[in-house]
Design a protein around this ligand. Structure first.
Ligand code: SF4
Length: 899
């Protein structure tokens, strides 16, 4: 019988439990029914985790200046160079840039080395990019970075307000939990506040498509409304808070009536009134917020304006109520607990509190301790650009793709004297700049803990052997720490030993003054650590157990009271003008995660959106002179990129949406980070990913096309390209400006047909510029290419399906030349359900032919939507579109009858 390993998904902050079958090949993955975060459910990304467990592309040995080297040489080189720079320029000339992917134990030793032994706070993390505004808001309001809501609270809430959160795609299992709660109790109301009509908004009772960036006005207006309509909890405010009067005065003055809010947010007054009425009359309210709130130059104020409403109504620290910041990464929360941000210390202690510094330094027995904040992410790369930071160690993240103003980040790395990158992948946009490359273990090989969005600590367990010479990140930091002269402080033999020290530090000098206390886990034996069940903090060693930190109205400012923070609507740092008339909004898509280094390896995940795209309103497209389906260029003051245009009613006029994922391995020119402005929130330092002025213009090419091939191709003469793995081939989208008199030699060269004994079939229509060719070895298709002056090319799905066939039939060969399936039903269309590979055409045909009206009926007929549920919002949209069409045709029939 196979051994089952209980571990945790490495993607988003929901932190789903995963069961991995380690024995036998291939590894199978399923949701852990006993994990309280997901109760057995996984989204499309989690369900496809086994696809990413390949060793292809892995970094297997340490490298020094591009050549393999030994671990001792690599580690000594890192220690020597960091030591040299520190001696010459001081501790603030070196930095670590780490990741919410790291396990808590990795994070702990990295932070200990930088803040306690190097003596600088120059350790920041890619979590700065996704949730540091929430951290700053929590600290301002509560006196500590505490998330006061659990997933179970979502089952109890009567009103769930999702602000700047496309949870249906970004936190799918949590979203499904909300949908289930509403199914069980239809009286539950869902309000979505988002400029885009996302799949999450599709299912909302009320969608408020507010003007991008105007959240503070909406929640100031709510604060004012709540007070004016007697919904405040005076006893709670009086006993447990400070600052309500000033916050209310500001709210009344800036957003004191619906008309003002309507003007500032560009919302219908009736929708605003409905939302405010619902909120005022529902005691159990959860306001779930995410990157749409945080990633803004006023993200901290936005989060505080949300928290203010919960404080005013006393809806916090109680079942089914509270402000709920949901994190994007699997261990952003663990990073916060160990102090992995340049602005925090360790165990939720503060750099600017002398007593906290004393506790930490004493506990670590360290020679020094950082006394002031280090560089936040944007400032860090800027400091490197101007030569202040001279040595950096980047761990498990890809800033050349993910940072704003990413081209400048790339130049900063080029200018940096000494760059170390530890990663599990050999080739990323960032590893290309490393002087020293350190091979890290990946998910499935790592061992430690992570904390999810609801403060639940879970074990991530290994179930596979690390390939080559890859090593855990904690081990690398310890080895470098020892070589820098601190052998005792970094003499850890296992993640358990690190976790134990982390737990002890959380209790040191605490005595209830800090909510983060896991002292009860300090003395876990090896077996107990191995068997640790998912558990929410605090877990104190002494005193009665505390279930919810704010129960009873106790907060963590010195006086035990929460603070209202007065917030004022501020304009984004950069506003639109004639040259850049639209607003660029970036974010995630359903089946990809971060910079695609992992999810990009999965053919089924790539099938949902195989090439980079730009979403735009049809009227804006018209004004910009661009058309849906064509390639366009998006340009800002900071950079440009090329992608396929999609017009839809999902996006409000005046803005465009571009996914954050594509890197240089998957597309020639589609790193959206290069376009994003480097403005950041002045308090949290979180970048403004949701608001960059942008222009969209036609990207003129002479030809467009695609190639499918069993083996990787060397792209020739294409000025724009993207690549996506499909189940049995690689798919390349191509476009170019060079005009060819004869395509044949070019195609033969690119498809590697010149030197093989194979059939070569081709079709040329010189009159309209169409070219098709296929390489067939034996009876199997090996590669094909289709070119046209226009983007209306044959279905890639049907052609990719031919690669699964051991023998091509005659109709397939005819189809190759005619450019489409002879049997219309053979083309399933673009994938909608990744779990069962069900395509759009198949679903549409079934909806029509079998008169399907619900997602359950689609599930019964096609299985689509019956596994992870991530595609359910799209299935609902397709059903809705069909109903609209039917209604339209019924109206036409009636009209025709009347005539
Ligand atoms: Fe992983 Fe999906 Fe769960 Fe997030 S919701 S943790 S991506 S399975």
């Amino acid at each position: 019988m196979s051994e089952l390993v209980q571990t945790t998904c490495p993607y988003c902050g929901v932190g789903c439990g995963v069961l991995a079958t380690a024995v036998g090949q291939p590894v199978s993955i399923s949701g852990d029914p006993r994990h309280p975060a997901n109760l057995g459910r996984l989204c499309s990304k989690g369900a496809a985790l086994a696809d990413t467990l390949t060793h292809e592309g892995r970094l297997l040995r340490p490298r020094l200046h591009g050549r393999d080297t030994s671990w001792p040489v690599a580690l000594q080189t890192v220690a020597d160079n960091f030591g040299r720079v520190i001696n010459e320029f001081g501790p603030d000339a070196v930095a670590f840039y780490v990741s919410g992917q790291l396990l808590t134990e990795d994070y702990y030793v990295a932070n200990k080395l930088m803040k306690g032994f190097i003596g600088s706070a120059n350790i920041d993390t890619n979590s700065r990019l996704c949730m540091s505004s929430a951290v700053a808001a929590h600290n301002r309001a509560f006196g500590e970075d505490v998330v006061p809501v659990s997933y179970e609270d979502l089952d109890d809430a009567d009103l769930i307000v999702l602000v700047g959160s496309n949870a249906a795609w970004c936190h799918p299992v949590l979203y499904q939990r909300i949908v289930q709660a509403k199914r069980r109790r239809p009286q539950v109301k869902i309000v979505v506040v988002d400029p885009r009509k996302t799949p999450t908004a599709e299912t909302a009772d009320l969608h408020l498509p507010l003007k991008s960036g105007s959240d503070v006005a909406l929640f100031n207006g709510l604060l004012s409304y709540l007070q004016r309509h007697g919904a405040e909890d005076r006893a709670f405010i009086q006993a447990h808070t400070n600052g309500s009067s000033h916050a209310l005065t500001v709210a009344h003055n800036t957003a004191g009536d619906t008309a003002a809010v309507s003007r500032l947010c560009r919302l219908q007054p009736s929708d605003i009134e409905e939302f405010y009425r619902l909120y005022a009359s529902t005691p159990r309210v959860i306001t779930l917020f995410s990157q749409g709130v945080n990633q803004s130059s006023s993200g901290t104020d936005k989060a505080n304006s949300i928290i203010n409403c919960h404080l005013l109504t006393g809806r916090i620290g109680k079942p089914g109520a509270g402000p709920f910041s949901v994190t994007g990464q699997p261990n952003a929360m663990g990073g916060r607990e160990v102090g992995g941000l340049a602005t925090t210390l360790a165990a939720h202690m503060a750099l600017d509190v002398a007593r906290h510094r004393e506790i930490v330094q004493c506990f670590w027995k360290s020679p020094r301790i950082a006394t002031s904040p280090g560089y936040k992410a944007i400032d860090l790369f800027e400091a490197m650009y101007i030569g202040r930071v001279k040595a950096i160690w980047i761990v498990g993240t890809n800033p050349v793709v993910s940072m704003p103003n990413a081209n400048r980040v790339r130049t900063a790395l080029d200018r940096c004297e000494f760059v170390v990158v530890s990663d599990c992948m050999e080739k990323t946009d960032t590893t290309a700049h490393a002087h020293v490359l350190l091979p890290a273990t990946a998910w499935g090989e790592k061992d430690g803990t992570v904390t999810n969005s609801e403060r639940r600590i879970s074990r991530q367990r290994s179930f596979a052997n690390p390939p080559g010479e890859s090593r855990p990140d904690w081990w690398m930091f310890c080895e470098v720490g020892k070589r820098m002269g601190f052998p005792e402080a970094f003499d850890f033999g296992s993640p358990r030993e690190i976790f134990s020290e982390h737990a002890r530090l959380s209790a040191a000098g605490n005595g209830g003054s800090r909510a983060f206390d896991i002292g009860g886990l300090s003395d876990l034996s090896c077996d107990a650590y191995d068997a640790l069940l998912p558990t929410r903090w605090p877990i104190r060693a002494v005193g009665p157990p505390v279930a919810e930190p704010f129960a009873g109205g106790r907060f963590f400012h010195e006086d035990g009271r929460a603070r209202f923070v007065s917030t004022v609507l501020r304009q984004p740092r950069h506003t639109v003008d004639e040259e850049y008339p639209l607003v660029l909004n970036t974010g995630r898509i359903r089946d990809q995660w971060h910079t695609m280094t992992r999810t990009g390896q999965s053919a089924r995940l790539m099938a949902h959106a195989p090439e980079p795209f730009i979403d735009m309103h049809a009227q804006d497209a018209l004004l910009s002179g661009v058309r849906s389906g064509e390639l366009v260029a998006a340009t800002t003051r900071w950079g440009s990129m090329i992608a396929r245009l999609r017009t839809s009613g999902e996006i409000a006029r005046g803005s465009i949406f571009i996914p954050m994922h594509w890197n240089s391995l998957f597309a020639g020119d589609a790193r959206v980070g290069a376009l994003v402005n480097p403005a950041a929130d002045p308090i949290s330092g979180e970048p403004e990913f949701k608001h960059t002025p942008v222009r969209v213009s036609p990207y003129v090419v002479a030809w467009q096309g695609f190639a499918l091939s069993r083996t990787a191709l060397v792209i020739r003469d294409a000025t724009a390209w993207s690549m996506a793995p499909a189940p049995d081939c690689l798919r390349y989208e191509l476009a170019g400006r060079r005009v060819f008199g004869n395509w044949s030699p070019w195609a033969r060269r690119m498809l590697n047909a010149e030197f093989v004994d194979a059939d070569w079939i081709e079709y040329v229509d010189r009159g309209i510029g169409i070219y098709r060719a296929a390489l067939i070895i034996g009876d199997r298709i090996e590669a094909c290419v289709f070119l046209s002056p226009r983007p209306d090319l044959p279905s890639r799905t049907w052609l990719a399906g031919l690669f699964a066939k051991p023998t091509l039939e005659k109709v397939d060969r005819i189809g190759l030349l005619t450019g489409g399936a002879i049997d219309a039903g053979a083309d399933a269309g673009e994938t909608v359900c990744s779990c069962f590979g069900v395509g759009r055409n198949t679903i549409c045909t079934s909806i029509k032919d079998a008169c399907l009206t619900t997602t359950d009926e689609i599930g019964k007929q096609l299985r689509a939507g019956t596994n992870c549920g991530s595609c359910l919002p799209e299935l609902r949209a397709m059903l809705k579109a069909n109903l609209c069409l039917e209604a339209q045709s019924a109206r036409l029939d009636v009209a025709a009858a009347a005539i």
